[in-house]
Each structure stands twice: as C-alpha cells, then as structure tokens.
Ligand binder design. Structure first.
Ligand SMILES: *Cc1c(COP(=O)(O)O)cnc(C)c1O
Length: 396
C-alpha cells in the first residue's frame, strides 16, 4: 500500500506540469550519442549533446577503457579513502593538474557531485558566497548545502559584483567571502568576465571558484576559460567535468596542493561514495592526453561551430550573445519554440527547446551543440532544415 499523501502530491503535480506543457518526455537513444543519433528507428542529426569533441565514441578511449576493465574489473570496490583509490585514479589526477596548470587535482564521480563536495568542504554558515544568477543548478545546490549566505549577483554585471563584494567584506559579518561563476554559461554560450572578476577578488580578498564544465576542451586551446584569459595562477578553484568535452563521466577540482589535500579529507562524496570506475578513469585520462598532445579536435569544433553560426545568422536567426560553440536560436514565444523543435525533429534535426523557467519568459530558444564530429554535409543539411522550418513558422 502506498501513501495517500504521496499519491495525491504526485498526481496533482504531474498533471499540473502536463497541463502547462512543461512535462519533459525523454527520448531514449538506440545508438551512441554521436553526430547522428537513432531515436524510434529514425536517424537524426544530433545538435543536443555535450560531446563537443566526439570523444564519447573515440576508439582510443574505448580501447583503454576495455583494457582497464580487463585489468581492474568494472567497479572500484570502495570509496576513495578506504581502498577504492586505484593507481589509475592517481594518474588521472596528476594528468588533470598538468592539463589545468595547477599543483594538484581531485576527481569526483560527476561535475554535479564535485560542486556538492567542494563548496561545502570550504564554506560554512559564517561565510558568504557571491553567485552569478545564471550559475548552474549544481552550484546553487552546493552553495545551499554549505549553509553560507548566498548573495545573488546580476548576470555578468561587474558593477553589481563589486558593490556586493564591498558590502559583504566590509560588513564584518563573514569570515570568508567567495565569488563563484560558470566559466561558460550553458544557455546563452557567453563567457564569464574572468579578468574583472579576478581583479575584484584581489581587491576584496575573495576566494575565486570557476566551474568550467562547458569551457574545458573548448576554450584556451582545450585547457579552459581560465587558461583562455591567462589566469591559471589566480583562480583558487578550477572545476571541470569529465562528462562533456572529455566524453566520459566525472568531475574534478584543480588548484593548490593544500586545497586538494583538504578536499581529500573533508569532501563528503570523496569520503562516502564509491569512486569512479576503472573504465571511466582510464578513458578520461586518455582524453586529457589527446587534448594535451594536439589541438586538432578543438580546432575542428570551432570550425564547425563558426560554420553553423554563420549559416543560421545569414538565414536571419537570432543566436543571441553566444561566444562559444553553444548556439541558441532564440524564438521567443514558448509554444512556438516547442513547435519549432518538434518540426526540426520531424525533418531530421534533434535540437531541444529550452523555455521558461530554465530561461527567462519570452526568450525560448532551440539550443544547438555542434561538435568536432559533425561533417560539413551534416551541418549543411541541418541549416537547410532550419531554413525550411523557419520559413514555415514565420520566424525568418
Ligand atoms: C553540466 C554541468 C555540471 C554537471 O556536470 P556533470 O559531470 O554532468 O555532473 C556542473 N556544472 C556546470 C556549470 C555544468 O554545465
């Protein structure tokens, strides 16, 4: 027998979402998440994955993952601090520190997990966090978990950040104050103003925390947004994910050795949740090696991104403030945005609509994620479908 209060809660809220057209139906893939995907037996051009460099299906990663499974098995068997640390984990962390130009690094089971882990290991109820209003959900949850005072900062508004940093540090209310930001914002594809943020942080002695989930593998010739601005020695926490451009799964913090030593004894997902699997770790390490050896995939990503952007802009689409491969096509009206995405799908392009409350009302968009693995033919075909559907729905 199930709880009546739970049943009524679920039914009411699910019905409500469905009535408002906000209930997300998940389409399972019958193929790898590559440049083309198969859903419901139909092959579609995939413009929705975070597999920026095509590494999720790279044969070199698959080979080392298979070898790691043969040697170590499928699971690590324990949390990192008991005996779930394989030599592979240590090697990955050394490689990540090298990749990020920091003294050390620590890996977690996901990027989401990493923000839960790292923020609350350092910040507590006597501290304050200045957080950009468009920061990722995992940053918001990590901040909440820490019990620090959360001070929302208007998106990339440096005057607002400076004023709030001054107020927080001069109030005498807080032991420590942190400024936290995405490196690249995933809904618009704009880049955080890190040089100004670092300058303000220096002025007010703020702890700096940059979550570069969408910047690593993409900006700074692959090393990320912090490297892109030449600030590797000026950011305390560099967060990355192994789940996006790296093509596998996991998250990490790169920073000073003392910081990483502290996280190894104080961050709860490291202490209480089983470590990344051997295959994940081996494949991630290989991906980082590939990025450090050659910028070829990175260059191809940018070439494809610029090609798609140019094609869409010349058709008259509004791609907003994007400075990265993330290419929103801003439609505006929520219902029309959803209709647009549905028609693209019927014509052969998989690009998801993103509407309120994920983005502000009236700024509904279809978000496109080009990758290094797309061919010009695929992009041309996608642009052609955009033209057809855009004219059909009166958007261009
Ligand atoms: C995607 C994302 C994460 C979550 O990373 P996962 O490895 O998928 O858990 C965290 N932070 C930001 C900014 C992200 O974009």
């Amino acid at each position: 027998m199930s709880s009546k209060s739970l049943d009524s809660f679920l039914q009411q809220n699910l019905d409500d979402l469905k009535d408002k057209g906000l209930y997300n139906v998940i389409d399972p893939l019958e193929s790898p998440n590559g440049p083309m995907i198969t859903i419901g037996g139909r092959e579609l051009i995939n413009l929705s994955s975070n597999n920026y460099l095509g590494l999720a299906t790279d044969q070199r990663l698959k080979d080392v993952a298979n070898q790691a499974i043969e040697k170590y098995g499928v699971g690590a068997g324990a949390v990192r601090t008991i005996n779930g640390t394989l030599d592979l984990h240590v090697q990955l962390e050394e490689k990540l520190a090298e990749f990020k130009h920091t003294e050390a690094a620590i890996a977690y089971q996901s990027g989401f997990n990493c923000n839960m882990a790292a923020i609350s290991a350092v910040m507590d109820k006597n501290d304050a966090i200045l957080s950009d209003e468009l920061n990722h959900a995992s940053i918001i949850d990590g901040c909440r978990l820490s019990k620090a005072k959360i001070i929302r900062v208007n998106h990339s508004d440096m005057d607002d950040l400076r004023a709030k940093a001054k107020e927080a540090t001069e109030s005498g209310l807080y032991n420590k104050v942190m400024v936290i930001t995405d490196g690249v914002f995933s809904m618009d594809g704009d880049i955080a103003k890190l040089p100004e943020i670092v300058e303000i942080a220096e002025e007010f002695d703020l702890i700096t925390y940059v979550d570069d989930a969408h910047g690593s593998g993409v900006l700074g010739e692959g090393a990320g947004t912090v490297k892109h601005f030449g600030l590797s020695d000026k950011v305390d926490f560099q967060i990355g994910t192994l789940s996006k451009a790296i093509g596998v799964v996991g998250g990490y913090v790169a920073g000073k050795k003392d910081l990483i030593d502290w996280l190894k004894v104080r961050s709860r997902p490291f202490l209480f949740s089983t470590s990344l699997t051997p295959a994940d770790v081996a494949a991630s390490k290989k991906a980082i090696e590939i990025l450090m050896e050659s910028t070829e995939l990175n260059e191809r990503l940018w070439e494809n991104a610029n090609y798609l952007k140019k094609g869409l802009v010349s058709l008259g689409f509004d791609i907003g403030a994007s400075e990265t491969p993330i290419t929103p096509c801003i439609i505006g009206d929520e219902v029309k945005t959803q209709e647009f995405s549905k028609r693209l799908n019927e014509e052969g392009v998989y690009a998801k609509s993103i509407v309120f409350p994920t983005v502000p009302r009236g700024t509904g968009r279809v978000r496109n994620m080009p990758s290094a693995a797309h061919t010009k033919e695929m992009l041309d075909k996608a642009i052609g479908i955009y033209e057809k559907v855009g004219k059909e729905l009166g958007i261009i």
